[in-house]
Design a protein around this ligand. Structure first.
Ligand code: GLN
Length: 542
């Protein structure tokens, strides 16, 4: 029988529900249990694809082309899973399905209601993830904060699941903020108590309460949380601030959370193994070197917009025993700025992330030019790849005003253009080229050394691509396309062999990067940044 863990959050958003959910998964996984995760997003959008990263953080892309909440990225990274579109549930998705059923006449003339029709759809979707994934435990994180109007149908659905699945197969975990007052240094559990009450008002009594606080909770706070939450003291845990979030499973396990959950589910005692995980955490915490990266992007004000990229850079850093310091630059700042060279001077590498629309693109082109001309290690992802082609076309091939038609539809040299199948598409949702596609890697290239493989599968999210009309010019001038789609018509990887490390990809390697198993392009970049800093010759990646 599959077990279900439900994680809710209180007091305010961003209390780390995603990390907590991933960590509980890790505690179970480290004891040999198979887990999967469902993220519920109570917003009315059908998926995260049309949401602005500046407001909501990055859009995560799954292998099957789902555009999902960034928490799926945390689950994949912590639990080394490859999730699917079905692992993210939104209000929009659920209502769309219910309304489509109603239009088809599936409800046979009945009045369609939130309870039972919407709640049934929610339960059905959680259960079908359980069925499709052959796991011992399904963890479901309910996004938002308890008390929000939007999350009510979801909370009602998980409340019903206890009745239907049984007490021994369901576990409710509630996490809420326990602030420490600046002046008196006192820990305050009252907001948490209120959010537990709010949850109970809906009919859910938590089995575990996690206090999210800057430091470990004291005995008095633990006692109060247990008393007012109506749970034993050993069901109260604390997620306090740690140097790296990858440490959270370890601190929760130290407090006995893994054993508590297993006992509660009646799992027979089994040995836990955190060896690999601890090794990775150690590598993050005890670096021997440091590199400074300039990330030039359009959403630099919110680091969550680049969360998978940040983490992929860190995974690569850990593999090189190197601390990666990322400085975020608003690309617009570097546009026609005579100080660009001064600003970028002193960095060990330049990183250009994904992006959309014209704003800031000239600043990114300037940063790429600086990297190429000063032979600084460069990694470009998606828009970063496309703009590297633009920069090269303009400044090496002499194609003045070369551009992407996304930026200038009237460019005399549209080196990046809309993919043919994208022409005529008007709807914005789920219409890009999405998800994992096969790529053929060319022998005797940097890409081949990094991937050590002829065929790779990488995730995509784009509408534009290299215009084949300019291939000859670009190649004649020294740009090598070392990865292509299976039909050879889509450029996927570029490199400049005469540079120390100049590498870019149309795909997003960061989505497949895992702790202890960094993505090859990110690894290559950080290795190159470090080697160059240490005065070593160009890395060979053998
Ligand atoms: N805007 C570009 C495109 O649509 C790049 C997208 C991206 O960086 N993910 O092709």
């Amino acid at each position: 029988m599959v077990k279900f863990v439900f994680v809710t959050g209180g007091v305010l958003s961003s209390v780390g529900k995603g990390i907590l959910t991933s960590s509980i998964g890790k505690l179970l996984q480290s004891r040999g249990f198979k887990v999967t995760v469902v993220k519920i997003d109570p917003y009315v959008n059908v998926d995260a694809g049309t949401m602005n990263p500046y407001m909501h953080g990055e859009v995560y892309v799954t292998d099957d082309g789902g555009e999902t909440d960034l928490d799926l990225g945390w689950y994949e990274r912590f639990l080394d899973l490859n999730l699917k579109t079905e692992n993210n549930l939104t209000t929009g998705m659920v209502y769309k399905a219910v309304i489509e059923k109603e239009r088809r006449g599936d409800f046979l003339g009945r009045c369609v209601q939130i309870v039972p029709h919407v709640t049934n759809e929610i339960k059905h979707r959680i259960r079908s993830v359980a069925k499709n994934s052959d796991v011992d435990v399904v963890l479901t994180e309910v996004g938002g904060t308890v008390g929000d109007i939007e999350s009510l149908p979801f909370l009602e659905a998980i409340r019903q699941m206890r009745l239907e699945e049984g007490y021994e197969n369901t576990l409710y975990v509630h996490v809420a903020l326990v602030p420490v007052l600046d002046v008196t240094k006192e820990m305050k559990t009252k907001p948490l108590q209120h959010s537990v009450n709010e949850l109970r008002r809906i009919g859910v009594q938590p089995d575990i309460i996690v206090a999210r606080s800057p430091e470990m909770i004291d005995d008095e706070s633990r006692r109060k949380i247990a008393l007012f939450g109506t749970i034993p003291e050993d069901a109260v845990f604390c997620s306090y601030n740690v140097e790296t979030i990858y440490k959270v499973p370890l601190i929760l396990d130290e407090q006995g959370m893994g054993d508590f959950v297993c006992k509660r589910f009646g799992f027979s005692e089994c040995k836990k193994d955190f060896k690999e995980w601890s090794k990775f955490v150690d590598a993050i915490l005890k670096p021997e070197h440091e590199v400074k990266i300039a990330l030039v992007g359009k959403y630099a004000g919110l680091s969550d917009s680049y969360v998978s990229m940040n983490e992929a850079l860190r995974h690569a850093g850990a593999a090189c025993k190197t601390k990666v310091c990322i400085n975020y630059f608003e690309a617009e700042q570097l546009e026609q700025n005579p100080e660009t060279a001064k600003i970028l001077n002193g960095f060990d590498g330049i990183f250009i992330p994904y992006g959309f629309g014209p704003r800031g693109t000239e600043g990114k082109v300037a940063a790429i030019q600086y990297a190429r001309e000063n032979d600084l290690p460069f990694l470009g992802i998606c828009y970063g790849f496309q703009l590297a082609v633009v920069e090269f076309a303009r400044h090496v091939c002499g194609l003045k005003d070369a551009n992407s038609t996304e930026i200038n539809p009237n460019s005399p040299y549209p080196v990046i253009d809309l993919m043919p199948e994208q022409r005529g598409i008007e709807l914005k949702g789920a219409t890009m080229r999405l998800g994992a596609h096969k790529i053929i890697v060319k022998h005797d290239t940097m890409a081949f050394k990094l991937y050590a493989c002829e065929e790779i599968y990488e995730r995509h999210r784009h509408r534009f691509e290299v215009n084949l009309d300019f291939m000859e010019t670009l190649q004649k001038n020294g740009m090598v396309f070392s990865g292509k789609s299976t039909d050879g018509r889509r450029m996927e990887i570029l490199e400049l062999p005469d540079r120390y490390f100049f590498f870019a990809s149309q795909f997003h390697g960061e989505f497949k990067s895992r702790p202890g198993r960094p993505d090859p392009e990110y690894y290559g970049f950080i290795r190159a940044c470090l080697d160059r800093k240490l005065g070593k010759p160009k890395p060979e990646f053998k």
